[in-house]
Design a protein around this ligand. Structure first.
Ligand code: ADP
Length: 381
């Protein structure tokens, strides 16, 4: 009994058998009920036109017909049921064959999918199933393959992330360890400069941890957007104010260039300020002393584009496509020496802009020719 409950092929066979049995029962009952009247009518028609003579072939009801008519009718009915018995046997054989065919068509791919999902559950994300045809089973197989490749992608991203994070953590930790060993062995002087170096590395570690936390929040969309109408001049003023210490320290000219009648944006003010501060801070960081950084905005159809343009070190064209990828830095040592971060800032910015339904991109004519970062968002109303 359990075998039948657990096997789809057995269920298919029983379902076919049940349909045939229902047909047979209906057939038998219908024949049983209708055959006397039908027999009389057809034999009556034969009597009218044949040489059998009146009433020879007819069964006229219980006790009324002649003996020959009765025997003929009984034999006719027996032959009918005999034929029916053959038909039932043939149908059962047909049901068996059809179920075997269906099993091959339905049960076999279902079993393949079951085995493949078991492999995926065991961590073999490269597992795929063959897709034949375009029916529901084939669609299920195609969806299964898509799910498997997404899982594979997530898994490879996870591995990559662990590798990247390990690498990023190791560098400042190795430095701190080196300084400490130097201090213990007396190779390094225990003065303010050494302690400042250690502090700088610890600071880098702490920024990395903060960035990673923020990245994980935006990547998993574990935050909500408070979308309102946001005034672009206010946004730019907040950014300028926040960056004024860096601007002064590096003797950079930071200015804004906004049209007077610019429509407000539809955005989460804090999040967009975070993006703009990040882009402008990068621009200041990758621009040499005496350079210029400009925040400008313009309306294009139903969106507003905000750009941060600098006269800094620029980005070689081959790197432009990658700089929004996490941990990507054009020149790791240059970025690090310039007090740069871990290459997560632009990834976070991209996530935030895309969560608003906007776009963000970078342009640069090449090394030493400055860069421009632009994002577009919908206008309010
Ligand atoms: P980081 O914290 O390292 O600056 P980001 O994600 O903000 O990380 O930037 C990624 C990389 O893009 C940087 O390491 C740098 O190489 C490049 N980059 C970003 N902004 C600029 C810019 N304004 N000019 C030149 N290069 C830039």
């Amino acid at each position: 009994m359990n075998y039948i409950r657990e096997r789809l092929s057995a269920k298919l066979f029983l379902a076919n058998l049940a349909v045939i049995m229902a047909g047979v029962v209906i057939l038998a009952v219908t024949i049983q009920i209708t055959i006397p009247a039908a027999y009389n009518r057809h034999m009556g028609m034969m009597d009218d036109s044949s040489m059998m003579g009146n009433g020879m072939g007819m069964w006229q009801g219980q006790g009324q017909g002649n003996g020959y008519g009765m025997t003929l009718f009984e034999n006719f009915r027996a032959s009918m049921f005999e034929s029916l018995a053959y038909a039932v046997t043939a149908s059962v054989i047909a049901a068996l064959l059809v179920s075997l065919f269906l099993s091959r068509r339905i049960v076999a791919p279902v079993r393949t999918l079951t085995d493949a999902s078991q492999h995926i559950a065991e961590g073999y994300y490269a597992e795929r199933v063959q897709v034949n045809g375009s029916d529901e089973i084939a669609q299920l197989a195609a969806r299964f393959n898509r799910m498997a490749s997404q899982l594979e992608q997530v898994e490879s991203m996870r591995r990559q992330l662990i590798g990247d994070v390990t690498h990023e953590l190791r560098t400042p930790l190795t430095s701190i360890k080196g300084y400490m060993e130097g201090l213990v062995d007396g190779v390094l002087p225990s003065n303010a400069e050494t302690f400042n170096q250690i502090h700088r590395e610890a600071d880098r570690l702490s920024r990395l941890v903060d960035d990673l936390q923020e990245l994980s929040r935006v990547e998993s969309k574990a935050y909500s957007l408070d979308i309102r109408s946001v005034s672009v001049p206010t946004l730019v003023q907040t950014t300028l104010k926040r960056l004024s210490p860096q601007v002064t320290a590096k003797r950079i000219t930071l200015r804004s260039n906004l049209p007077a009648d610019l429509s407000p944006l539809l955005a989460d003010e804090d999040r967009i300020t975070q993006v703009l501060v990040n882009l402008a801070a990068n621009a200041i960081q990758y621009t040499n002393e005496g350079g210029e950084v400009t925040i400008s905005a313009e309306r294009r159809a139903d969106e507003v584009r905000i750009s941060v343009t600098d006269t800094g070190i620029g980005i070689p064209p081959e790197h432009l496509a990658n700089i929004f990828t996490r941990f990507y830095r054009v020149d790791k040592s240059r970025s690090r020496n310039a007090g740069g971060g871990s290459g997560i800032g632009l990834t976070i910015a991209k996530h935030i802009i895309e969560a608003h339904g906007g776009r963000i991109w970078a342009e640069s004519k090449g090394e030493g020719q400055g860069s421009s970062f632009t994002f577009s968002l919908k206008v309010a109303g």
